[in-house]
Ligand binder design. Structure first.
Ligand SMILES: [Mg+2]
Length: 421
């Protein structure tokens, strides 16, 4: 991986169980090919449930800026970029960006409660496809809510499409950089198995999971392992129905891998090696593997389902996969010098502004002194008061006047001559 960021100390030596999600974690999908397929299937699905045929003429636009972390306001049908405090920074309706005045019109305090029921956060790479798919023609609806609900339901329906499996080479990444290449994954999982247990826990069906994993492990190909993909895991659970999986869960059933059908009865026995299970809950997974929640490091791409729920409800350690970060880091490294230059210019501009204000205040105070024939101490006091009030209005802080008097002299004595050059 290009980089790993840590926001909490973790002793990896204490981890004795590693869990993996599949979609967008072990399996990376090709962009924009996969999103384009999803988009087409989504439109077809929406037409099936009653939307007009005209929507089929819309085409997927991969250039429309959508990222993980954006939020959708279902009340007004707006897609918003919101900061950590809930302040609205940018907004679009359909493909049109909202003006500053329009944002103030929708949100009188330019603020939105992010935990409001009407607000949904896009927490995975796949969900950004919904954004492009749905909001492009969001204006054709009275409100965005019905569209949001229909697109979300339709998206769940078109995931795991047969069309993906018909052309895996077109839609699934295989030769990505190690360790997530088809040669790297078996090595990674093999090393993890040397120090603990490894499990796969995915919302996808067995049929879909088997096809994707067989392709990823390159079974039967030159240079690939001869072992079946399932032998790299101590436990495999499909149809998990996350986030329900991390709460009450569903019935645990065993999958008949020959017929791809579920055994009817609820499975209650011990974990059988090489068996594949469907449903269940995180508690059952811990029981089958003989581990506790704090022994598990779960790796997934969904902020809410894979990371937040597993952490908050079960105390699992978590690792979030964010493919977009590689691009962001690339830009940051590439533009680092320019960013440093911008920072330097910002400081320079601020110093000039300060100096300009100081001189202006001094000049006005001298004029005042001449007019009122005041003594020099009164003049300086007047000057500092003026400068203080002016700078406070610019900087918006509450530094006292002594600080500004101090700054004033620093500028005159040390920085003034330098800036004049
Ligand atoms: Mg996933």
């Amino acid at each position: 991986w290009p980089a790993i960021f840590v926001n909490r100390s973790l002793a990896l030596g204490n981890i004795c169980c590693f869990g993996f999600d599949m979609d967008y974690t072990l399996a990376a999908y090709k962009s924009p090919a996969y999103e384009m397929l999803t988009f087409e299937l989504l439109l077809e699905r929406l037409v099936c449930i009653g939307y007009p045929h005209e929507i089929l003429r819309y085409s997927y636009d991969p250039t429309f800026p959508t990222q993980v972390g954006l939020v959708f306001d279902a009340l007004y049908g707006n897609l918003l970029k919101v900061d950590a405090h809930g302040n609205v920074l940018l907004g679009t309706q359909g493909f049109t960006f909202l003006s500053e005045a329009e944002i103030w019109g929708f949100y009188p305090s330019k603020f939105i409660q992010r935990d409001d029921l009407r607000v949904s956060m896009f927490s995975t790479h796949s969900s950004t496809c919904r954004v492009r798919a749905g909001w492009g023609w969001g204006r054709c609806c009275d409100t965005g809510y019905h569209l949001f609900q229909d697109v979300t339901d339709a998206m769940d329906n078109v995931h795991q499409s047969e069309k993906t499996l018909e052309n895996l080479e077109k839609y699934v990444e295989k030769d990505v950089s190690p360790p997530l290449s088809f040669r790297g994954i078996p090595i990674l999982l093999g090393k993890m198995k040397e120090v603990g247990k490894v499990f796969l826990a995915t919302n996808s069906s067995y049929n879909y999971t088997d096809a994707i994993m067989t392709y990823l492990f390159g079974t039967g190909e030159a240079g690939a392992t001869a072992r079946p993909w399932s032998s790299y895991f101590d436990l495999i659970v499909v149809d998990m129905q996350k986030p329900r999986f991390f709460a009450e869960g569903t019935v645990l059933r065993q999958v008949n891998t020959d017929s791809d059908k579920l055994r009817v009865d609820t499975y209650t026995g011990p974990h059988q090696h090489c068996a594949i299970y469907s449903g269940c809950s995180s508690d059952v997974v811990c029981k089958l593997l003989g581990v506790r929640g704090k022994d598990i490091l779960y790796i997934g791409d969904h902020i809410l389902v894979d990371i937040l729920k597993s952490k908050k409800r079960q105390g699992w350690w978590t690792c979030l996969v964010v493919p977009e970060l590689s691009r962001e880091l690339g830009i940051w490294i590439q533009e680092k010098e320019r960013m440093e230059e911008l920072k330097r210019l910002d400081v320079h501009l601020f110093l000039h502004l300060l100096l300009h204000l100081s001189l202006q205040m001094l000049q006005e105070s001298v004029v005042d002194q001449e007019r009122a024939n005041l003594d020099p101490a009164s003049c300086l006091l007047s000057c500092s008061r003026r400068m203080n009030s002016c700078l406070l209005s610019h900087a918006g802080n509450s530094l006292n006047s002594f600080f500004f008097i101090y700054l004033f002299f620093i500028f005159l004595v040390f920085l003034g001559p330098h800036l004049w050059h």
